[in-house]
Design a protein around this ligand. Structure first.
Ligand SMILES: NC(=O)c1ccc[n+]([C@@H]2O[C@H](COP(=O)([O-])OP(=O)(O)OC[C@H]3O[C@@H](n4cnc5c(N)ncnc54)[C@H](O)[C@@H]3O)[C@@H](O)[C@H]2O)c1
Length: 355
């Protein structure tokens, strides 16, 4: 097991088994602390025995929410609040999320707001959540067709990542995680792109050592970024590379395009915008497309309704009355808060994904 520390604040355990989860929970939970697990219907189906065993071992209640981004809303938060109140949760209670980014973000928000804040532990089970959403403290939910527009920062007590959970992901769910990994490669550490390229054939064999290494790299990168700008005032914006278009794709597609794939598509549009505005070396776009093809990553998304799409871009929570993008001046050299106009966006969409 590897242990990384984030911002001198909490540990991230990275393991290939589940046994360490029991040990970490035992070591970190006091007798007077009542435990509540939150998971979703799909994770529960895949890991019913594990969740039942954990619930017995820690005398815990299990709250099962409906899976999927379309349930990342206030109704689900309300459901978890009611579950906690019915289960007599108090200020010493701990909520443990076992699931992907949706379960993690919703549980973190619930923990941040229930009785003005209770403890939260994150056990991420998708590649997206293991390489990205499990650290950084962002919590939240979607409201009025705007992604993550309600939320706050609430750090976990610890994070337990096990590559064991990746074994039940299907090919598309795994691909979904590559979107965020490629984002780190283009914005911060180009070695990741080489690593994905060299391992493209065996990534789907799900070797623990390969994934533990990728996850460790990504957690280290994100940890260094949030150390500099936890509350996302400026520098942390680089982690939003590809995300403005991604959020519009998620909303316009009624969440049928999952987050990581939407990010991968949004990255292509951001690269074209970077070519248009910063004369970015065209080889970077070509190499990225080559990598997508090798991995089997989609590279097109037909926009149905431009008005709705631009509305979603304008109302992305990172934009106010102006439309700002994170772009690349060069590989691993980002420029944040670049103001772009609608014509630039439409041209970049046409020249990248909108086919
Ligand atoms: N807080 C942050 O910093 C941050 C960063 C990136 C993404 N996010 C958010 O994370 C969400 C995307 O995360 P996600 O892709 O994990 O979404 P998700 O939680 O919806 O999981 C995707 C699907 O996989 C299923 N699943 C989860 N674990 C599984 C497993 N081990 N085996 C089989 N199926 C499994 C889920 O039930 C769901 O149907 C988005 O809402 C995004 O906004 C947040």
């Amino acid at each position: 097991m590897d242990i990384l520390n984030v911002s001198d604040c909490y540990n991230v355990y990275i393991d290939n088994s589940i046994k360490g989860l029991y040990d970490a929970l035992k070591a970190n939970i006091n007798k007077n602390e009542k435990i509540f697990f939150v998971t979703d219907s799909c994770v529960n189906k895949n890991y019913e025995d594990l969740i039942n065993n954990l619930s017995k071992a820690f005398n815990a209640d299990v709250c099962i929410i409906n899976h999927g981004e379309e349930n990342k809303n206030y109704d689900t938060i309300n459901y978890i609040y009611s579950f906690l109140i019915d289960g007599k949760a108090d200020r010493n209670s701990i909520i443990i999320a076992i699931g992907g980014g949706v379960v993690g973000d919703l549980t973190a928000f619930t923990a941040a707001t229930f009785m003005r804040g209770i403890k939260f532990i994150n056990v991420p089970t998708t590649l997206v959540s293991q390489v990205d959403s499990c650290i950084g403290g962002k919590s939240g939910y979607n409201f009025k067709e705007i992604k993550n527009v309600i939320g706050c920062f609430h750090n976990p007590e610890f994070v337990y990542i096990s590559t064991h959970f990746l074994k039940s992901l299907n090919r598309n769910q795994l691909l979904d995680g590559f979107g965020e990994i490629i984002k780190y490669g283009l914005t911060i550490d180009k070695d990741i792109l080489e690593f994905l390229d060299m391992n493209s054939n065996n990534l789907f064999l799900l070797e623990d050592t390969v994934y533990m290494s990728i996850i460790k790299k990504c957690i280290n990168i994100k940890s260094n970024v949030i150390d500099k700008d936890f509350t996302d005032k400026a520098f942390r914006n680089i982690l939003n590379f590809g995300h403005t278009t991604a959020h519009a794709i998620e909303v316009e597609s009624n969440y049928s395009v999952p987050h990581g794939i939407a990010v991968a598509l949004g990255i292509l549009t951001a690269l074209k915008l970077s070519e248009q505005l910063f004369d970015l070396n065209k080889g970077i776009y070509k190499d990225t497309i080559k990598l997508y093809t090798k991995l089997g990553m989609p590279s097109s998304y037909k926009v149905d309704n431009y008005e709705a799409f631009l509305y979603a871009i304008k109302h992305d929570k990172k934009n106010n009355d102006k439309i700002n993008f994170v772009l690349l001046e060069d590989l691993n050299r980002c420029k944040i808060k670049v103001e772009v106009n609608e014509d630039d966006i439409l041209l970049a969409l046409k020249n990248s994904i909108d086919k």
